[in-house]
Design a binder for this molecule. Structure first.
Ligand code: ATP
Ligand code: MG
Length: 559
């Protein structure tokens, strides 16, 4: 066994994998494993969902099982096909393929309805039409038990009749509901005769106006799992107190093979929001350019920003699966992104804030093109040619008229190395009327081709550069955290007031022609500057680059 495989095999399993592993060994469910990822198509997926996706699809494949992608579309008012399609695309992009196992919970409405009638027949559900004031009186609270509704003892016949008439549209929205008949005195409020169907005249994106009654999530979800034959229903901690009802329902209906619900903690990240309601608000009110704005924590936003799927998966793996709620630092995600891109991204030269340089001794006959390494981490990536010339650009912050101690880049009288090129020495510079440097005049030493001097003369700085004749003008979009507050919306603050006004800055710079030619979605390193991805807004003569991440940790508390 290879060393890496051995380590992976010996790594301790998280508590969910340990449970699944034991059950498989014990032959439970005939050794079969089936999970599901059940997003509600009422928004785009975010990085929190990626945790659930990696867990659900990951466990299925590790144990030789399958994972269903199920649209949990039982709440008709906010769901659309736009979201359905985006969810499928994002799950696939993350590296998981549901193949033909894409299901819609709403396609089970008829079966769910039959289950509700069956509960009524078994004396385990009743139609309740008490007024909202009475609801308040009867429901009890965390310390006091609730009281039974006067409707609780309706006959099976009367309940069936009323429920059928609910379905037929005889009653107004909200006039009555179907409730499970469990225990009004239960300390768990979810077991105090919870509502399982309500009347709601709403158009469903998939079934139109076929239904005017809709099942509630707590009723629908265990049935969806049971209908599909799911063995492990993995969900986040807030569902823990719903588990008794999940189990009660499948027992009340005598389901022979019952899926097991197991809860794990959500992924929380600082300096962002992950509630779909808030993300939708950011989009609808144009605080961002869309669901895929590169500042969004959505999967589509991360993709547009240039984050590789492997970096997301590695990040999720590193966070791990536990029962404890916590906050993961955004720096950790950035670390995974850098790790992945350092190994895979080709290198190019780009200048974000151009300062012209003239090589005053550049020969009329020119010099042969220089060799530049495409990726020092990947010998297979090869090399490319760079044209040196008389007119160059360097980044403005690589030159200082009056440099402080410790500044090793270009300054009057100083010599630096141009990456993959020659030593150049600043002989003089020009300024405008306001004293801003407009051009730096340098000599180059032809003997230092490739970056070393035959006389052993050392330079302390190496800077990047471009040939001004061939460089392609480009827009660089530089992103920072979307919010200034670590926990936007905490302590009663309006999260919108905590948006970072400088979350995106644009620079008009230049790139090598070979970087400008890459298609949208390509990710690369601009040497000494950061990782960048070609944005879909790019034009061939005017490429647009999103900064995926800077080269060093910019989230550190020290900044
Ligand atoms: P909302 O923001 O409206 O509460 P949601 O995030 O729960 O919605 P769903 O579409 O219901 O959205 O989520 C689908 C699945 O993804 C659920 O099983 C849920 O537990 C899981 N999930 C959602 N957010 C996270 C998160 N931050 N970390 C881990 N899993 C998550
Ligand atoms: Mg949810």
């Amino acid at each position: 066994m290879a060393e890496a495989e051995k380590t992976a095999a010996e790594a301790p399993l998280d508590f969910i994998r340990a449970i699944v592993s034991e059950e498989v060994k014990a032959g439970k469910n005939g050794g079969r494993v089936m999970t599901r990822f059940p997003p509600e198509p009422n928004g785009y997926l975010h990085i929190g969902h990626a945790k659930a996706i990696c867990l659900d699809f990951g466990i299925a494949s590790e144990f030789g099982g399958v994972c269903n992608l199920r649209m949990d579309d039982t709440n008709p008012t906010k769901e659309t096909y736009e979201y359905v399609n985006a969810i499928i695309e994002d799950v696939k992009w993350l590296g998981f393929d549901p193949e033909e196992r894409i299901y819609f919970a709403s396609d089970y409405f008829e079966r769910m309805y039959e289950c509700a009638e069956e509960l009524i027949r078994r004396g385990k559900a009743y139609v309740c039409d008490i007024s909202p004031e009475e609801w308040e009186k009867y429901k009890g609270n965390l310390r006091e038990p609730g009281k039974e509704s006067p409707n609780r003892n309706r006959s099976v016949e009367e309940n069936l009749d009323l429920f059928r008439r609910m379905r037929a549209g005889e009653f107004a929205d909200g006039a009555m509901v179907l409730r499970a008949k469990i225990d009004m005195a239960s300390p768990n409020i979810n077991l105090r005769d919870p509502v399982i169907y309500r009347i709601r005249r709403a158009h469903h994106f998939r079934h139109g106006d076929k239904w005017c009654i809709y099942p509630l999530y707590d009723f629908a979800h265990p049935l969806e799992d049971a209908f599909e034959g799911v063995t492990h229903s993995l969900c986040t901690l807030e569902f823990e107190i719903h588990r008794p009802f999940y189990d009660w329902l499948l027992e009340a209906l005598d389901y022979p093979h019952r899926p097991r619900q197991i809860e794990f903690s959500r992924l929380n990240l600082n300096y962002t929001v992950m509630s779909k309601r808030k993300l939708l608000q950011l989009v609808k009110e144009h605080h961002v350019s869309g669901w895929d704005d590169p500042r969004m924590p959505t999967i589509s936003g991360l993709r547009r920003r240039g984050v590789p799927a492997a970096a997301v998966r590695n990040f999720i793996k590193g966070v791990g699966i536990t029962k404890f709620d916590g906050v993961t630092d955004m720096a950790r995600l950035e670390y995974s992104i850098r790790e992945e891109l350092n190994a895979t991204a080709p290198r190019f030269l780009a200048v974000l804030d151009p300062l012209p340089v003239e090589i005053v001794n550049f020969p009329e006959t020119g010099v042969p093109p220089l060799d530049a390494v495409n990726n020092p981490e990947d010998p297979e990536a090869g090399s490319r040619k760079l044209d040196f010339g008389r007119e160059l650009y360097i980044d403005r912050n690589d030159f200082m008229v009056d440099p402080p101690k410790g500044y090793f880049r270009l300054a009057p009288g100083r010599e630096v190395r141009l990456r993959y090129g020659y030593y150049i020495k600043c002989e003089s510079y020009e300024t405008d009327a306001a004293g801003n440097v407009t051009k730096v005049l340098c000599t180059f030493d032809p003997e230092t081709r490739g970056g070393n001097s035959p006389d052993g003369r050392k330079v302390k700085g190496t800077i990047h550069w471009l040939n001004a004749r061939t460089a392609v003008p480009a827009e660089m979009r530089l992103y920072d955290r979307l919010f200034t507050a670590e926990f936007p919306g905490a302590d009663g603050e309006d999260f919108l007031t905590q948006l970072n006004p400088d979350s995106v800055k644009t620079a008009q710079g230049f790139v090598e022609p070979s970087a400008a030619a890459l298609p949208a979605g390509s990710v690369m390193q601009f040497e000494r500057t950061g990782y960048f991805a070609v944005d879909p807004d790019s034009q061939s003569d005017r490429p647009v680059f999103n900064r995926t991440v800077s080269l060093k940790d910019s989230w550190s508390k020290k900044n």
